[in-house]
Write a protein of this length. Structure first.
Length: 74
């Protein structure tokens, strides 16, 4: 990464290797509480012609709980 540093009151560009912070991925579970909806979804499973399309994208608004803000996946 190129970093700007000041040497003798003059700006100087230097190459620097920055080590990223370590992190662990936290997986969350999903529990369906609506029993009527669960039964309807089980019936859909029997139809082999049924296709579901799912997408994941970043939220358009940053979230800051602790530390620096981040864009969560939706």
């Amino acid at each position: 990464m190129r970093c700007l540093k000041t040497v003798n009151d003059r700006p100087v560009w230097m190459d620097a290797y920055l080590v990223p912070q370590s992190y662990t991925i936290e997986l969350t579970g999903y529990r369906l509480e609506d029993k009527l909806l669960a039964k309807k979804l089980q019936k859909l499973k029997q139809d082999l012609r049924c296709e579901w399309e799912v997408d994941i994208f970043f939220a358009p608004v940053p979230i800051k709980e602790q530390g620096r803000p981040y864009y969560p996946n939706i």
